[in-house]
Write a protein that binds this ligand. Sequence first.
Ligand SMILES: CC(C)(COP(=O)(O)OP(=O)(O)OC[C@H]1O[C@@H](n2cnc3c(N)ncnc32)[C@H](O)[C@@H]1OP(=O)(O)O)[C@@H](O)C(=O)NCCC(=O)NCCS
Length: 201
Amino acid sequence: MQGSLPVLMGRRVLLREPREDDVVPLFEYSSDPDVTRFLAFAPPASPDDTLYFIAKCHEHREQDREYVYVIAGVADDRAMGIIGLRHIDQPMRTAQIGTWLGRAFWSTGANVEAKQLLLDFSFGPLSLHRIEARIAVDNHRSRRAFERIGGRREGLLRESFFKDGVYHDQDLFVVLTHEWRSRRQRELTGRPRQASKDGHR
Ligand SMILES: CC(C)(COP(=O)(O)OP(=O)(O)OC[C@H]1O[C@@H](n2cnc3c(N)ncnc32)[C@H](O)[C@@H]1OP(=O)(O)O)[C@@H](O)C(=O)NCCC(=O)NCCS
């Protein structure tokens, strides 16, 4: 995507492109080993690593490889964490979602709202059909968070995550576009969505 990603505006959080002035908060949050425990990267060694990460986000967006957003507060525009799509495969209409938040923002509702914004964008303007999440089996909080927004477990990816010299199994969670639309419809109206011709709800 050339230019920049559109800003996705929620009630309490918004998603926008990472900027250089996000370095200080993002460096601070990702220096917490509790945050990176189940992530593919180690805590950054210095703020320069975070600056490099931000530069890479822009490069990958231009190449349509990854769309990475900062999760920020609507009230203060201050970064809380990161959410993004990677392994974007437009012919197959699939991508993988990933999220991390500073420890202070866990259990605040920011995660749910950020996922709603990105999934609405993925299944709407991006026309994706299937969003996957790979979650380490011991990452109980993340599993619960993904189930909570309607993700369905499809199976076990054995020894698919290598961290600190150890292989971990991951659960494969998936959200499909028609399942998401039904869920969003129910949330908005409190009523089930009418079944479509092909039987999807
Ligand atoms: C993953 C992450 C973004 C989720 O955000 P969050 O604010 O913690 O998640 P939520 O509050 O939306 O949901 C967490 C759920 O797990 C539950 N939970 C918390 N600790 C739990 C535990 N030890 N075991 C099981 N469930 C747990 C919470 O009660 C909540 O469920 P509920 O909504 O039914 O009450 C955040 O925890 C994070 O940044 N973790 C570190 C990075 C990471 O691991 N990212 C995911 C990589 S796959």
